[in-house]
Ligand binder design. Structure first.
Ligand code: HPA
Length: 269
């Protein structure tokens, strides 16, 4: 089956489950998945039941698609995203974004945990732009002309108007929201200190193992994007050592603010 055929099969499957016209897609990274538990009048579907869908393998990432109302908006949330380092082809990693577009979403909110180059643990950072250091691109292969052009513009992949709203809402709530450039790698290793020095000189403010493929596919089909990173640690060389436990601990500590911010933003988008 071609990618376009797979998209249509899955779209029809989800429409038949009662998922119609979501306004926003939510791609919830480490620690934030439980925001989807707050969705009202929810239709919840296990990833395992959805045709052409990937399976998530990381602890802390539940595998459920949740549709319903959050902050008065119709949302389609991924509770558990797919990473390239899990062995998923990028077509699988980004398939949910294709589906969000196909079902009629106007925009997507993408969150992640990231290592801080310019900012320390506990910082929330609105993503202004990214640097793709994965050596991959999810759009390689036959172009889906129904979705977008062969050579998509990435000049405003992270929608400035959405970011402006995010800052206004954060100010109102008294939550500090920084902004910066996210540099995407494949992982699963954390970076070396030399890599982080190099990335800093390239203009990166934070580094992480997700988001870039999804945002490329969103930009391809003109989906608007708000990206927010939760800085969970100083990047390699800027602190003594790195471990996943710290990432989980810091995202747990921040998630109250993070969820509150996202819900308030959603009502204003
Ligand atoms: N590097 C890459 N990905 C990450 C990091 C990091 O330091 N922290 C959380 N995700």
């Amino acid at each position: 089956m071609s990618l376009l055929e797979k998209i249509r099969v899955t779209q029809t499957f989800l429409e038949n489950k009662g998922i119609e016209k979501p306004e926003f897609g939510l791609i919830l990274g480490s620690g934030l998945g439980e925001l989807a538990d707050e969705i009202q009048d929810a239709i919840v579907i296990d990833y395992a039941d959805i045709p052409n869908w990937g399976q998530s393998t990381v602890v802390g990432h539940v595998g459920k698609l949740v549709y319903g109302t959050l902050s008065g908006r119709k949302v389609l949330a991924l509770q558990g995203r797919f990473h390239f380092y899990e062995g998923n082809p990028l077509e699988v990693v980004t398939f949910p974004v294709r589906i969000m577009k196909a079902l009629g979403c106007e925009g997507v909110i993408v969150t992640n945990a990231a290592g801080g180059i310019s900012f320390g643990p506990g910082t929330l950072m609105a993503i202004t732009d990214h640097i793709n250091m994965t050596g991959q691109n999810p759009l390689i292969g036959k172009n889906l002309d129904d979705f977008g052009p062969r050579f998509p513009d990435m000049s405003k992949a992270y929608t400035p108007a959405y970011r402006e709203i995010a800052h206004k809402v954060a100010d109102k709530l008294g939550i500090k929201l920084e902004e910066g450039v996210y540099l995407g790698v494949t992982g699963p290793t954390y970076e070396t200190p030399a890599e982080i020095r190099a990335f800093k000189s390239l203009g990166a403010d934070a580094v992480g193992m997700s988001t870039v493929p999804e945002v490329i596919v969103a930009a391809h089909s003109d989906l608007k994007v708000l990206g927010i990173s939760c800085i969970s640690n100083f990047a390699a060389g800027l602190q003594e050592e790195l471990n996943h436990e710290e990432v989980v601990e810091v995202t747990e500590r921040i998630k109250g603010d993070f969820k509150g911010l996202l819900k308030a933003i959603l009502s204003k988008l």
